[in-house]
Design a protein around this ligand. Sequence first.
Ligand code: NAD
Length: 483
Amino acid sequence: MTGEMKMYSFGSLIDGQELKSGERKIIEVKRPYDGQLVGKIFCATQEEVEKAITAASRAFTTVMKTMPAHRRSDILRKTADLLEVRADEFVTLLAMETGKPVREGRVEVSRAVQVLRFASEGAKQIHGEEIPLDSAIGGERQIGFTRRYPLGVIVAITPFNFPLNLVLHKVAPAIAAGNTVVLKPAEKTPLSPVLLYKLFEEAGLPAGVLNILMGTGPDLGGPLVRDPRVKRVTFTGSGLVGWKLKEMAGNKKVTLELGSNSPNIVFEDADLDTTATALINGGVVTAGQACISVQRVYIQRSVYESLVEKLVTKAKALRVGDPLDEATDVGPMITEDAAKRAEQWIQEAVEEGATVLTGGRRHGTLFEPTILANVTANMKVVCQEVFAPVISVIPFDTENEAIEMANDSDLGLHAGVFTKDINRALRVAEALETGGVWVNEASIRRYDHIPYGGVKLSGIGKEGVRYAIEEMTEEKFIGIKLS
Ligand code: NAD
């Protein structure tokens, strides 16, 4: 694919109006691969934060509270259809603003279409349940049931790495459930969220239901999450920011989808070829900048040498380069600073005794897929989120030792276990302290309708369309005493 070099220029979108004029901060959006200008955004002012929440509050009362489920479902389905037709523009834009290879961009767009379709179906499935009141002494001749109601205004703050799909994981369930949204997308990748907004508009979403604020987190985050009219804050991003926002949000409901250092455990009976492929892919998708990237690989000692050899061979075969080139496997990291930080962590690890088996080098924003051995539990590349295409390989002897090392972390989002023994697989899956576990698949795997969210410092709450709809609605009990 050759990139159509289009220049985008977007302001905030509040109550259906784009706000670009007047004196305001401008942020340039550049291709991570070569620094070429892709677009610019005109940032929102503090008064516009207030305006966006006012617009969302009004749209909730005047539009969404009375919009029937079939209409919300139609809008989401039409948006999915439009996105499917315009997929190519999104794929190119994702490559330009995030640096992800076009092959990965196609996956993101196709998943985004599915999120919209799951939400379209989910909008028609929101219901409570009947409670048999006569189960309680005194509950005779009474009827009890629950109904689910939308919350109102939802503030959504999203990261740079999947600017289309992770925006939709918040916006689509919010609309399905009948809420309104003020979205602050990542300022590094704010363009695809605006193209998405235009599809929603074309599909018939009324003004004020979705509002987008352009700007940096430190400028807009505080006023957004502190506003008492906001009923839920849903944040995806780094732990550092997420936990701070939770404090600022006071007594509001909060969803935090944060980072991890995903463990993957390989037992000696695993199929080593398919395991190696799954682990390498899982370590380099989005240049390792995914929250469930494969980071720590624990390998049973008897197969350690042979699996490591396969991993190294596969890592060396990957093509690192221009995300617009169909042949590219691994694109650039989001900024040179991010790549330098990963380089620094590897240098530190090497000084402390780690060995670079392959990779380890940076060329501008490009980072070679890297495999590290002889690491220890307290090295940053192991105990923190490395967020780069860097995998550490660690041998183990017993099942308990592997579980202990995998759980020796403040983080816990997804894990992978590779074995042919179903009993062992289930034992390990139960013992791992993570929000999700894959058997014979790497931690990176996610489908958009599974419950998804971390434990420990990896977050609170769940996404995955149905689960997000649940979190974005309030269940109310209604009881009737019959005469
Ligand atoms: P980030 O925390 O730097 O930014 C995320 C969002 O928060 C952006 O919109 C940013 O503008 C905003 N922000 C930054 N500082 C803020 C502040 N002080 N107040 C309010 N908002 C602020 O994260 P990032 O670099 O964009 O994304 C990478 C992180 O996101 C990684 O840790 C990754 O693991 C995590 N992530 C988690 C998931 C998940 O589903 N669990 C998915 C993708 C990414």
